[in-house]
Ligand binder design. Structure first.
Ligand code: S3P
Length: 438
Protein backbone atom coordinates (compact mmCIF):
# COMPACT_ATOMS: atom_id res chain seq x y z
CA UNK A 1 0.00 0.00 0.00
CA UNK A 2 1.51 3.30 -1.10
CA UNK A 3 0.54 6.28 1.07
CA UNK A 4 1.38 9.62 -0.52
CA UNK A 5 2.04 12.82 1.49
CA UNK A 6 -1.15 14.77 2.34
CA UNK A 7 -1.57 18.53 1.78
CA UNK A 8 -3.63 18.56 4.99
CA UNK A 9 -5.98 16.46 7.15
CA UNK A 10 -9.41 18.05 7.46
CA UNK A 11 -12.96 17.14 8.40
CA UNK A 12 -15.11 15.46 11.02
CA UNK A 13 -14.21 11.93 12.03
CA UNK A 14 -16.00 9.15 13.92
CA UNK A 15 -13.46 6.52 15.03
CA UNK A 16 -14.45 2.84 15.12
CA UNK A 17 -15.72 1.13 18.32
CA UNK A 18 -13.29 0.30 21.12
CA UNK A 19 -11.54 -3.05 20.75
CA UNK A 20 -10.73 -3.61 24.46
CA UNK A 21 -14.29 -2.86 25.55
CA UNK A 22 -15.80 -4.94 22.71
CA UNK A 23 -13.80 -8.03 23.80
CA UNK A 24 -14.86 -7.59 27.42
CA UNK A 25 -18.52 -6.91 26.61
CA UNK A 26 -18.76 -10.10 24.53
CA UNK A 27 -17.05 -12.22 27.20
CA UNK A 28 -19.20 -10.90 30.05
CA UNK A 29 -22.31 -11.35 27.90
CA UNK A 30 -21.31 -15.00 27.33
CA UNK A 31 -20.88 -15.37 31.11
CA UNK A 32 -24.39 -13.99 31.73
CA UNK A 33 -27.62 -15.97 31.98
CA UNK A 34 -29.97 -13.34 30.60
CA UNK A 35 -29.53 -11.95 27.07
CA UNK A 36 -27.19 -8.95 26.78
CA UNK A 37 -27.46 -6.32 24.07
CA UNK A 38 -24.13 -4.88 22.91
CA UNK A 39 -24.45 -1.69 20.88
CA UNK A 40 -21.62 -0.53 18.64
CA UNK A 41 -19.56 -3.75 18.83
CA UNK A 42 -16.36 -3.46 16.79
CA UNK A 43 -16.20 -5.41 13.55
CA UNK A 44 -12.56 -6.42 13.18
CA UNK A 45 -10.36 -9.49 12.98
CA UNK A 46 -9.72 -9.58 16.74
CA UNK A 47 -13.29 -9.04 17.88
CA UNK A 48 -14.59 -11.58 15.34
CA UNK A 49 -12.30 -14.09 17.11
CA UNK A 50 -14.07 -13.30 20.38
CA UNK A 51 -17.51 -13.83 18.83
CA UNK A 52 -16.36 -17.17 17.38
CA UNK A 53 -14.87 -18.20 20.75
CA UNK A 54 -17.99 -17.45 22.81
CA UNK A 55 -20.07 -19.26 20.18
CA UNK A 56 -17.84 -22.34 20.62
CA UNK A 57 -18.40 -22.04 24.38
CA UNK A 58 -22.18 -22.19 23.95
CA UNK A 59 -23.33 -18.58 23.56
CA UNK A 60 -25.64 -17.67 20.70
CA UNK A 61 -25.19 -14.36 18.95
CA UNK A 62 -27.72 -12.39 16.91
CA UNK A 63 -26.14 -9.70 14.76
CA UNK A 64 -28.61 -6.84 14.17
CA UNK A 65 -28.28 -3.69 12.08
CA UNK A 66 -25.23 -4.90 10.27
CA UNK A 67 -22.91 -2.10 9.17
CA UNK A 68 -19.39 -2.37 7.88
CA UNK A 69 -17.84 -0.93 11.06
CA UNK A 70 -19.99 -1.92 13.99
CA UNK A 71 -22.61 -4.43 15.04
CA UNK A 72 -25.59 -4.38 17.35
CA UNK A 73 -25.41 -7.78 19.05
CA UNK A 74 -27.83 -9.75 21.18
CA UNK A 75 -25.80 -12.37 23.05
CA UNK A 76 -27.49 -15.23 24.90
CA UNK A 77 -24.86 -16.51 27.28
CA UNK A 78 -24.37 -19.73 29.22
CA UNK A 79 -24.00 -18.29 32.73
CA UNK A 80 -20.89 -18.03 34.88
CA UNK A 81 -20.47 -21.79 35.29
CA UNK A 82 -22.00 -23.07 32.05
CA UNK A 83 -19.20 -22.92 29.42
CA UNK A 84 -19.61 -25.72 26.88
CA UNK A 85 -16.70 -27.94 25.82
CA UNK A 86 -16.15 -27.67 22.08
CA UNK A 87 -14.65 -30.73 20.34
CA UNK A 88 -11.57 -28.86 19.06
CA UNK A 89 -9.29 -26.02 20.20
CA UNK A 90 -10.58 -22.46 20.60
CA UNK A 91 -8.79 -20.26 18.06
CA UNK A 92 -8.13 -16.71 19.31
CA UNK A 93 -6.49 -15.72 16.01
CA UNK A 94 -4.28 -12.66 16.66
CA UNK A 95 -6.18 -11.50 19.79
CA UNK A 96 -3.91 -11.25 22.85
CA UNK A 97 -6.71 -9.91 25.04
CA UNK A 98 -8.90 -12.93 24.29
CA UNK A 99 -5.93 -15.29 24.81
CA UNK A 100 -5.34 -13.90 28.30
CA UNK A 101 -8.88 -13.22 29.56
CA UNK A 102 -10.56 -16.46 28.50
CA UNK A 103 -8.47 -18.77 30.77
CA UNK A 104 -9.68 -16.78 33.81
CA UNK A 105 -13.27 -17.75 33.08
CA UNK A 106 -12.63 -21.36 32.02
CA UNK A 107 -10.22 -22.21 34.87
CA UNK A 108 -13.04 -21.82 37.41
CA UNK A 109 -15.65 -24.00 35.70
CA UNK A 110 -15.06 -26.91 38.12
CA UNK A 111 -15.18 -29.40 35.21
CA UNK A 112 -14.26 -29.65 31.54
CA UNK A 113 -11.12 -29.21 29.44
CA UNK A 114 -10.30 -26.57 26.83
CA UNK A 115 -7.38 -25.91 24.50
CA UNK A 116 -6.79 -22.27 23.55
CA UNK A 117 -4.56 -21.53 20.58
CA UNK A 118 -3.96 -18.76 18.06
CA UNK A 119 -1.92 -17.58 15.10
CA UNK A 120 1.88 -17.46 14.71
CA UNK A 121 2.12 -14.14 16.55
CA UNK A 122 0.01 -15.39 19.50
CA UNK A 123 2.18 -18.50 19.71
CA UNK A 124 5.23 -16.28 20.31
CA UNK A 125 3.61 -14.23 23.09
CA UNK A 126 3.95 -15.31 26.75
CA UNK A 127 1.01 -16.66 28.75
CA UNK A 128 2.94 -17.69 31.87
CA UNK A 129 1.84 -14.30 33.19
CA UNK A 130 -1.74 -15.65 33.52
CA UNK A 131 -0.77 -19.26 34.22
CA UNK A 132 1.14 -18.28 37.41
CA UNK A 133 -1.71 -16.50 39.26
CA UNK A 134 -4.33 -18.99 38.07
CA UNK A 135 -2.22 -21.88 39.41
CA UNK A 136 -1.98 -20.07 42.74
CA UNK A 137 -5.78 -20.07 42.75
CA UNK A 138 -5.80 -23.85 42.27
CA UNK A 139 -6.28 -23.99 38.48
CA UNK A 140 -5.02 -26.85 36.34
CA UNK A 141 -3.20 -25.49 33.29
CA UNK A 142 -0.56 -26.61 30.87
CA UNK A 143 1.23 -24.77 28.05
CA UNK A 144 4.13 -25.12 25.62
CA UNK A 145 7.66 -24.66 27.03
CA UNK A 146 6.02 -23.54 30.30
CA UNK A 147 5.22 -20.12 28.81
CA UNK A 148 3.67 -20.19 25.33
CA UNK A 149 0.34 -21.14 23.67
CA UNK A 150 -1.37 -23.45 23.06
CA UNK A 151 -2.79 -23.45 26.57
CA UNK A 152 -4.76 -26.33 28.05
CA UNK A 153 -7.18 -25.40 30.83
CA UNK A 154 -9.02 -27.87 33.03
CA UNK A 155 -11.89 -26.51 35.08
CA UNK A 156 -11.12 -26.71 38.82
CA UNK A 157 -12.36 -25.36 42.15
CA UNK A 158 -10.56 -22.05 42.72
CA UNK A 159 -9.69 -20.12 45.87
CA UNK A 160 -9.24 -16.36 46.08
CA UNK A 161 -5.69 -14.98 46.28
CA UNK A 162 -3.90 -11.70 46.86
CA UNK A 163 -1.91 -11.08 43.68
CA UNK A 164 0.61 -8.30 43.00
CA UNK A 165 0.98 -7.79 39.27
CA UNK A 166 4.66 -8.37 38.43
CA UNK A 167 4.21 -6.48 35.13
CA UNK A 168 1.64 -3.73 34.62
CA UNK A 169 -0.91 -5.57 32.48
CA UNK A 170 -4.65 -4.99 32.25
CA UNK A 171 -4.96 -8.37 30.55
CA UNK A 172 -3.48 -10.21 33.54
CA UNK A 173 -5.48 -8.12 36.03
CA UNK A 174 -8.68 -8.88 34.11
CA UNK A 175 -7.94 -12.60 33.90
CA UNK A 176 -7.48 -12.87 37.68
CA UNK A 177 -10.63 -10.80 38.36
CA UNK A 178 -12.73 -13.07 36.12
CA UNK A 179 -11.36 -16.14 37.92
CA UNK A 180 -12.12 -14.38 41.21
CA UNK A 181 -15.85 -14.35 40.37
CA UNK A 182 -15.74 -18.17 40.46
CA UNK A 183 -13.38 -18.63 43.44
CA UNK A 184 -14.18 -19.04 47.09
CA UNK A 185 -13.22 -16.04 49.24
CA UNK A 186 -12.02 -12.66 48.09
CA UNK A 187 -9.56 -12.14 45.23
CA UNK A 188 -7.35 -9.07 45.40
CA UNK A 189 -5.22 -7.76 42.52
CA UNK A 190 -2.69 -5.05 43.38
CA UNK A 191 -1.10 -2.86 40.72
CA UNK A 192 1.77 -0.45 41.33
CA UNK A 193 0.90 1.66 38.28
CA UNK A 194 -2.54 2.14 36.79
CA UNK A 195 -3.59 0.03 33.80
CA UNK A 196 -6.83 0.24 31.80
CA UNK A 197 -9.86 -0.42 33.98
CA UNK A 198 -12.59 -1.38 31.48
CA UNK A 199 -13.05 -4.80 33.13
CA UNK A 200 -13.67 -3.18 36.52
CA UNK A 201 -16.20 -0.74 35.01
CA UNK A 202 -18.11 -3.50 33.21
CA UNK A 203 -18.03 -5.93 36.16
CA UNK A 204 -19.43 -3.22 38.44
CA UNK A 205 -22.18 -2.54 35.89
CA UNK A 206 -22.91 -6.28 35.90
CA UNK A 207 -23.50 -6.29 39.66
CA UNK A 208 -20.20 -7.83 40.74
CA UNK A 209 -19.09 -6.95 44.26
CA UNK A 210 -15.94 -5.15 43.25
CA UNK A 211 -14.06 -2.45 45.13
CA UNK A 212 -11.14 -0.35 44.00
CA UNK A 213 -8.85 1.14 46.64
CA UNK A 214 -6.55 3.87 45.36
CA UNK A 215 -4.83 4.85 48.58
CA UNK A 216 -1.06 5.17 48.67
CA UNK A 217 1.21 5.96 45.75
CA UNK A 218 -0.20 7.77 42.69
CA UNK A 219 -1.44 5.21 40.17
CA UNK A 220 -1.28 2.30 42.62
CA UNK A 221 -4.53 0.48 43.33
CA UNK A 222 -5.92 -2.73 44.75
CA UNK A 223 -9.00 -4.25 43.16
CA UNK A 224 -11.02 -6.71 45.24
CA UNK A 225 -13.67 -8.97 43.78
CA UNK A 226 -15.96 -11.37 45.61
CA UNK A 227 -17.49 -14.60 44.31
CA UNK A 228 -20.79 -14.21 42.49
CA UNK A 229 -23.80 -16.36 41.65
CA UNK A 230 -24.65 -14.63 38.37
CA UNK A 231 -23.80 -11.53 36.36
CA UNK A 232 -26.62 -9.06 35.80
CA UNK A 233 -25.69 -7.16 32.66
CA UNK A 234 -28.44 -5.94 30.37
CA UNK A 235 -26.85 -3.67 27.86
CA UNK A 236 -23.43 -2.26 26.98
CA UNK A 237 -22.78 0.62 24.58
CA UNK A 238 -19.20 0.62 23.31
CA UNK A 239 -17.56 4.05 22.85
CA UNK A 240 -15.18 4.88 20.00
CA UNK A 241 -11.62 3.62 20.36
CA UNK A 242 -9.03 6.21 21.44
CA UNK A 243 -6.20 3.91 20.30
CA UNK A 244 -7.64 3.80 16.77
CA UNK A 245 -8.41 7.53 16.75
CA UNK A 246 -4.81 8.20 17.85
CA UNK A 247 -3.53 7.52 14.32
CA UNK A 248 -5.57 10.35 12.83
CA UNK A 249 -5.02 12.62 15.85
CA UNK A 250 -1.28 12.28 15.22
CA UNK A 251 -1.70 12.70 11.46
CA UNK A 252 -3.59 15.98 11.98
CA UNK A 253 -0.91 17.17 14.39
CA UNK A 254 1.94 16.42 11.97
CA UNK A 255 0.52 17.52 8.61
CA UNK A 256 0.61 21.34 8.23
CA UNK A 257 -2.70 23.29 8.05
CA UNK A 258 -4.69 20.31 9.36
CA UNK A 259 -7.89 20.69 11.35
CA UNK A 260 -9.75 17.60 12.56
CA UNK A 261 -12.84 17.12 14.73
CA UNK A 262 -12.95 13.70 16.39
CA UNK A 263 -16.50 12.83 17.47
CA UNK A 264 -17.46 10.97 20.65
CA UNK A 265 -14.22 9.17 21.39
CA UNK A 266 -13.62 7.29 24.64
CA UNK A 267 -11.17 9.14 26.91
CA UNK A 268 -10.91 6.86 29.91
CA UNK A 269 -7.83 8.32 31.71
CA UNK A 270 -6.23 4.86 31.82
CA UNK A 271 -6.10 4.98 28.01
CA UNK A 272 -5.21 8.57 27.15
CA UNK A 273 -1.61 8.98 28.26
CA UNK A 274 -0.92 10.06 24.67
CA UNK A 275 -2.97 13.26 25.18
CA UNK A 276 -0.78 14.22 28.15
CA UNK A 277 2.42 13.36 26.27
CA UNK A 278 1.30 15.34 23.21
CA UNK A 279 0.28 18.31 25.34
CA UNK A 280 3.85 18.47 26.70
CA UNK A 281 5.12 18.33 23.11
CA UNK A 282 3.03 21.39 22.20
CA UNK A 283 0.15 19.68 20.37
CA UNK A 284 -3.03 21.70 19.89
CA UNK A 285 -5.84 19.42 21.08
CA UNK A 286 -9.07 20.70 22.65
CA UNK A 287 -11.65 18.63 24.51
CA UNK A 288 -15.36 19.48 24.08
CA UNK A 289 -18.82 18.15 24.90
CA UNK A 290 -18.02 15.47 27.44
CA UNK A 291 -20.47 12.85 28.67
CA UNK A 292 -20.41 9.31 30.06
CA UNK A 293 -21.44 6.16 28.22
CA UNK A 294 -22.03 3.19 30.53
CA UNK A 295 -19.33 4.41 32.90
CA UNK A 296 -16.81 5.36 30.19
CA UNK A 297 -16.01 9.07 29.61
CA UNK A 298 -16.51 10.27 26.01
CA UNK A 299 -15.61 13.63 24.40
CA UNK A 300 -15.30 15.43 21.08
CA UNK A 301 -11.72 16.46 20.29
CA UNK A 302 -10.51 19.32 18.11
CA UNK A 303 -7.00 18.75 16.71
CA UNK A 304 -4.90 21.25 14.76
CA UNK A 305 -1.41 21.07 13.30
CA UNK A 306 1.34 22.09 15.72
CA UNK A 307 5.11 22.46 15.87
CA UNK A 308 6.42 20.04 18.45
CA UNK A 309 9.16 19.85 21.07
CA UNK A 310 10.65 16.64 22.43
CA UNK A 311 9.55 15.02 25.68
CA UNK A 312 10.39 12.05 27.92
CA UNK A 313 7.75 9.40 28.61
CA UNK A 314 8.30 8.10 32.15
CA UNK A 315 7.74 4.47 33.18
CA UNK A 316 4.53 5.28 35.13
CA UNK A 317 2.99 6.77 31.97
CA UNK A 318 3.78 3.73 29.86
CA UNK A 319 0.70 1.56 30.64
CA UNK A 320 -1.57 4.55 29.94
CA UNK A 321 0.08 5.03 26.53
CA UNK A 322 1.11 1.46 25.77
CA UNK A 323 -0.49 0.97 22.35
CA UNK A 324 0.31 4.55 21.27
CA UNK A 325 4.07 4.43 21.96
CA UNK A 326 4.84 3.71 18.27
CA UNK A 327 3.08 7.01 17.51
CA UNK A 328 5.19 8.78 20.16
CA UNK A 329 8.26 7.63 18.21
CA UNK A 330 6.81 9.14 15.04
CA UNK A 331 5.93 12.41 16.82
CA UNK A 332 9.49 12.45 18.15
CA UNK A 333 10.88 12.36 14.60
CA UNK A 334 9.10 15.68 13.93
CA UNK A 335 9.83 17.34 17.31
CA UNK A 336 12.74 19.63 18.20
CA UNK A 337 15.10 17.75 20.52
CA UNK A 338 15.36 14.12 21.67
CA UNK A 339 12.20 12.23 22.63
CA UNK A 340 12.79 9.34 25.01
CA UNK A 341 10.55 6.43 26.07
CA UNK A 342 11.72 4.38 29.08
CA UNK A 343 10.30 1.54 31.16
CA UNK A 344 8.46 0.08 28.16
CA UNK A 345 9.99 -3.39 27.99
CA UNK A 346 6.42 -4.73 27.62
CA UNK A 347 6.45 -3.42 24.02
CA UNK A 348 8.59 -6.43 23.16
CA UNK A 349 5.63 -8.74 24.01
CA UNK A 350 3.06 -7.17 21.68
CA UNK A 351 1.82 -8.37 18.26
CA UNK A 352 5.43 -7.83 17.18
CA UNK A 353 8.51 -6.84 19.21
CA UNK A 354 7.42 -3.22 18.97
CA UNK A 355 10.75 -1.80 20.08
CA UNK A 356 12.53 -3.59 17.24
CA UNK A 357 9.85 -3.10 14.56
CA UNK A 358 9.23 0.59 15.33
CA UNK A 359 12.94 1.40 15.39
CA UNK A 360 13.68 -0.53 12.18
CA UNK A 361 10.54 0.78 10.47
CA UNK A 362 11.03 4.46 11.24
CA UNK A 363 14.76 4.28 10.60
CA UNK A 364 14.06 2.97 7.11
CA UNK A 365 11.93 6.10 6.54
CA UNK A 366 14.82 8.39 7.56
CA UNK A 367 14.30 8.80 11.33
CA UNK A 368 17.24 9.06 13.68
CA UNK A 369 16.09 6.55 16.30
CA UNK A 370 17.91 4.19 18.67
CA UNK A 371 16.52 1.15 20.49
CA UNK A 372 17.09 0.49 24.20
CA UNK A 373 16.22 -2.64 26.16
CA UNK A 374 13.12 -0.92 27.55
CA UNK A 375 12.27 1.77 25.01
CA UNK A 376 13.81 4.05 22.41
CA UNK A 377 15.09 7.57 21.80
CA UNK A 378 14.38 9.64 18.70
CA UNK A 379 16.27 12.70 17.62
CA UNK A 380 13.83 15.01 15.90
CA UNK A 381 14.85 16.26 12.51
CA UNK A 382 11.69 18.22 11.65
CA UNK A 383 10.29 15.58 9.33
CA UNK A 384 10.65 12.24 7.58
CA UNK A 385 11.79 11.45 4.08
CA UNK A 386 9.67 8.31 3.45
CA UNK A 387 10.42 4.96 1.83
CA UNK A 388 9.16 1.45 2.66
CA UNK A 389 8.07 0.09 6.05
CA UNK A 390 7.44 -3.57 6.93
CA UNK A 391 4.33 -4.05 9.10
CA UNK A 392 5.64 -7.42 10.39
CA UNK A 393 2.07 -8.71 10.76
CA UNK A 394 1.38 -6.00 13.37
CA UNK A 395 -1.76 -3.88 12.85
CA UNK A 396 -0.39 -0.89 14.71
CA UNK A 397 2.82 -0.92 12.68
CA UNK A 398 0.81 -0.95 9.43
CA UNK A 399 -1.17 2.12 10.52
CA UNK A 400 1.96 3.83 11.87
CA UNK A 401 3.51 3.47 8.41
CA UNK A 402 0.45 5.01 6.77
CA UNK A 403 0.46 8.04 9.12
CA UNK A 404 4.19 8.43 8.49
CA UNK A 405 3.39 8.42 4.77
CA UNK A 406 0.85 11.25 5.11
CA UNK A 407 3.37 13.41 6.97
CA UNK A 408 6.47 12.42 4.96
CA UNK A 409 8.01 14.31 2.05
CA UNK A 410 8.15 11.35 -0.38
CA UNK A 411 5.39 8.97 0.76
CA UNK A 412 5.57 5.51 2.36
CA UNK A 413 4.99 2.04 0.98
CA UNK A 414 3.52 -0.08 3.79
CA UNK A 415 4.30 -3.74 3.24
CA UNK A 416 1.70 -6.04 4.82
CA UNK A 417 -0.84 -3.22 5.22
CA UNK A 418 -3.70 -5.76 5.48
CA UNK A 419 -2.67 -6.39 9.13
CA UNK A 420 -4.57 -3.16 9.97
CA UNK A 421 -7.86 -5.14 9.73
CA UNK A 422 -7.02 -6.80 13.07
CA UNK A 423 -8.28 -3.71 14.92
CA UNK A 424 -9.38 -1.16 12.29
CA UNK A 425 -10.65 -2.55 8.96
CA UNK A 426 -11.98 0.84 7.81
CA UNK A 427 -8.70 2.69 8.51
CA UNK A 428 -7.80 3.27 4.88
CA UNK A 429 -11.22 4.61 3.90
CA UNK A 430 -11.28 6.93 6.96
CA UNK A 431 -7.83 8.20 6.07
CA UNK A 432 -8.80 8.75 2.41
CA UNK A 433 -11.93 10.67 3.48
CA UNK A 434 -9.96 13.04 5.71
CA UNK A 435 -6.86 13.65 3.67
CA UNK A 436 -6.65 16.54 1.27
CA UNK A 437 -4.38 15.63 -1.65
CA UNK A 438 -1.44 17.65 -2.78
C1 S3P B 1 -5.23 -4.62 26.44
C2 S3P B 1 -4.22 -4.35 27.31
C3 S3P B 1 -2.85 -4.03 26.87
C4 S3P B 1 -2.83 -3.56 25.43
C5 S3P B 1 -3.63 -4.44 24.53
C6 S3P B 1 -5.07 -4.52 24.98
C7 S3P B 1 -6.54 -5.00 26.98
O1 S3P B 1 -2.05 -5.18 27.03
O2 S3P B 1 -1.51 -3.47 24.96
O3 S3P B 1 -3.58 -3.96 23.20
O4 S3P B 1 -7.55 -4.97 26.25
O5 S3P B 1 -6.59 -5.34 28.18
P1 S3P B 1 -1.41 -5.53 28.47
O6 S3P B 1 -2.47 -5.45 29.46
O7 S3P B 1 -0.85 -6.93 28.40
O8 S3P B 1 -0.31 -4.51 28.66
Amino acid sequence: MQIEPAARIAGTYRPPPDKSISHRAALLAAMSEKPVRIRNYLRSGDTASTIAAIHELGATIEDHEPSARSADLLVRGVGLRGAHEPPGPIDVGNAGTLMRLLPGWLAGQGRGRWTIDGDESIRRRPIDRVVAPLRQMGATLDCREARLPPLIVEGAALVGIHYELPVPSAQVKSCVLLAGLLATGKTVVAERVATRDHTEILLSAAGARLTVNKSGQVGAATVTVEPLERLALEQVAVPADFSSAAFLIVAATLVPDSELIVKEVGVNPTRTGLLRVMERMGARIELHASHTLDGEPVVDLGVRHASLVATTVEPAEVPLTIDELPLVALLGAFAAGTTVVRGARELRQKESDRIATVVEGLRSLGASIEAAADGFSVEGSGGLRGGALEAAGDHRLAMLGAVAGLASSEGVEVRGFEASAVSYPSFLSDLQALRVRN
